[in-house]
Write a protein that binds this ligand. Structure first.
Ligand code: SIN
Length: 301
């Protein structure tokens, strides 16, 4: 499987597929399970300063083209998450996802994730439905730059920044990440969405506004990676609607160095990583590519 090895800035992974934040990554045991199922790394659930129960039910459902969620960033708080990280980091690379409302809070959380053994931190600047967090702080290029700089000053591990597609200035935001010293951009998080149940005359989810993921967002994610590839030189990790190796290839050929899977793990099961790994190897053999890096960005040529 050496042809599947990828490098994202300073870190290398034996396999290119990474578990996206929010899926099978709330406990040490589930993160270990995903690493044993063919994922190259796991991004933890986004963790904040204090325990957070998240939004009440209903907060997730499938829709014909994907999934919608408004979990509300449920997590046990950064101090309690230490024990989950302790289990997970013994098995393989874990990227610690954090969310905060200020540069100082992001820096403190990232520092703790580094202390817990995370190989990188991922800043959630993109959750579309959390008041005061996520895309509310992640759509202002100046604020994004200030947060990234604060975290870079606080940690030695690479700093990845997960961006939202819910903006018309994605390239400006990407450039802010790069100028502030960010090591990689992860694109994209979910799209701001809503489902209404006609019989009830009300939105389905308790939070009303939610995030759309799954197959239907893939073309948006691929376009976002394409645009970012034209705007920045730091690595990009593609995410959004990847279910098979052909989906992954679209992101790689748009410019992604690696990719993440979220909704597909829920609907296809944990074997999806191994299936994608085998599909990529067969494709590379048939089309004469020696590595993922050789295919990166070829659609631009
Ligand atoms: C959630 O926990 O609400 C989802 C996180 C996200 O969309 O970033």
């Amino acid at each position: 499987m050496s042809g599947l090895k990828v490098t994202v800035g300073k870190i290398s992974f034996d396999r290119p597929g990474i578990v996206a934040s929010g899926i099978m990554d709330e406990t040490g045991d589930t993160m270990v399970r995903m690493l044993r199922s063919g994922a190259g790394a796991v991004v933890s659930k986004s963790v904040g300063s204090n325990p957070n129960p998240g939004h009440r039910n209903p907060n997730f459902t499938e829709v014909p083209c994907g999934c919608i969620n408004a979990m509300g960033l449920p997590n046990p708080g950064i101090d309690a998450f230490a024990e989950e990280m302790e289990v997970a980091v013994k098995e393989g690379p874990i990227i610690g996802s954090v969310y905060g409302s200020s540069p100082g809070e992001f820096a403190e959380l990232a520092g703790k994730m580094e202390d817990y053994g995370a190989c990188a931190v991922e800043l959630n600047l993109s959750c579309p439905h959390a008041k005061g967090y996520g895309m509310e702080v992640g759509t202002d290029p100046k604020m994004v730059g200030t947060i990234v700089k604060a975290v870079k000053d606080a940690v030695k591990v690479p700093v990845w920044v997960k961006l939202t597609p819910n903006t018309h200035i994605l390239q400006d935001i990407g450039r802010s990440v790069e100028e502030a010293g960010g090591d990689a951009i992860v694109a994209i998080n979910t799209l701001k969405a809503m489902v209404i149940v006609p019989e009830f005359g009300k939105p389905l989810l308790s939070n009303k506004v939610c995030g759309l993921s799954g197959k239907c967002i893939k073309p948006i994610g691929v376009r976002a990676v394409w645009d970012l590839h034209n705007a920045v030189s730091i690595p990009i990790v593609g995410v959004g609607g990847i279910y098979d190796h052909r989906d992954a290839l679209e992101y790689i050929m748009a410019g992604a160095s690696a990719f993440q899977l979220g909704s597909a793990v829920l609907t296809e099961g944990v074997d999806v990583f191994e299936k994608i790994n085998r599909g990529l190897e067969a494709f590379m053999e048939e089309y004469g590519y020696g590595s993922i890096e050789e295919m990166r960005g070829v659609a631009h040529e």
